[in-house]
Design a protein around this ligand. Structure first.
Ligand code: NAP
Length: 281
């Protein structure tokens, strides 16, 4: 029997309706939640991402500010803007779209964001809080994956979870969130020997490598939940994930499509994090 789809668009709609209610309640108290998005340079992909983030804010009752700067902006100028936003009471969340131009130290920039406004959850103090089980912000993509598991009432506690990919923005925080939810977690990276040996043990398999078809049907445990974070282009230029969806769906119990899976959840969780920041004020 083919796997059931976990529809990220549908779940996002439901979660965004809750976001809009919480935003309206805060606005009624004179505390409309606000997100500032900073884009440096003119990468077409980044322009689409920031436009979508700002539109999602506007559609759900959040105040949003898009600050666009030339690629020639200096690091000092960017740090000064972040400093100003850190003390702006109308702004609860600050997001700097990555990647930044090579002359700007992204690490320094992220560390300049006030941790209580770091809605991406990338600041080292937020990474530390997540690691020690007291997260202030959960990074948006892994947070969205946890909501997807919750939406199918999956018993994460005691499950074998395998995360393929160990980046600071997806794989590592994903592993932490799964661990905190009671899963037994394995993290795989590019040096892992016999990836399939690990993935076949997974009741929950989260794949985030940026490598198309890295997980094939024979690497999936029958009945597993397969969550595909990857975003790649196939030979025809169509968006696709890291999992061989066409074949893996006949083995998995649940699976996320690409597009329409984790992608929309990431922006939704950015809105949730901004609301959480505003509610703490
Ligand atoms: P990244 O920083 O490039 O990290 C990729 C990770 O995959 C690394 O840890 C790497 O291992 C691991 N990896 C690479 N080849 C592997 C292999 N053959 N076997 C096992 N692990 C392997 O990428 P990222 O930022 O985490 O993003 C991953 C993918 O998710 C990309 O396609 C990205 O576009 C997508 N993404 C999607 C969303 C969304 O909203 N849907 C959000 C964020 C990212 P090493 O550590 O050994 O190098």
């Amino acid at each position: 029997m083919p796997a059931q789809l976990i529809d990220g668009n549908l779940l996002s709609q439901q979660l965004r309706a809750e976001v809009a209610k919480r935003a309206a309640a805060l606005t009624a108290q004179g505390k409309q939640p606000g997100l500032a998005v900073i884009l440096v340079g003119d990468s077409p992909a980044s322009q689409v991402y920031v436009r979508n983030k700002v539109k999602a804010c506007q559609d759900n009752g959040l105040h949003s500010v898009l600050e666009k700067y030339e690629a020639s902006m200096t690091e000092a100028e960017l740090l000064a803007r972040i400093d100003a936003l850190n003390s702006d009471p109308k702004i609860n969340g600050i997001l700097v779209q990555l990647p930044l131009p090579a002359h700007i130290d992204a690490h320094k920039v992220i560390e300049a964001i006030a941790p209580e406004k770091d809605v991406d959850g990338f600041h080292v103090s937020n990474a530390g809080l997540l690691m020690t089980g007291q997260p202030l912000f959960r990074p948006c993509t892994p947070y969205g994956v946890m909501k997807m598991l919750e939406s199918i009432d999956y018993p994460v506690r005691g499950a074998n979870a395998v995360v393929v990919g160990a980046s600071n923005i997806v794989g590592k925080p994903q592993a932490m969130l799964l661990l905190q939810a009671g899963a037994t977690v394995t993290i795989c990276n590019s040096k892992t020997r016999d990836l399939g040996h690990h993935t076949r043990q997974a009741d929950i398999l989260v794949v985030a490598t940026g490598k198309r078809n890295i997980v094939t049907a024979d690497m999936v445990k029958p009945g597993a939940v397969v969550i595909d974070v990857g975003m790649n282009r196939d030979d025809n230029g169509k968006l696709c994930g890291d999992v061989d969806f066409a074949n893996a769906k006949d083995v998995a119990g649940w699976i996320t499509p690409v597009p329409g899976g984790v992608g929309p959840m990431t922006i939704t969780m950015l809105l949730v994090n901004t609301i959480e920041a505003a509610e703490r004020c």
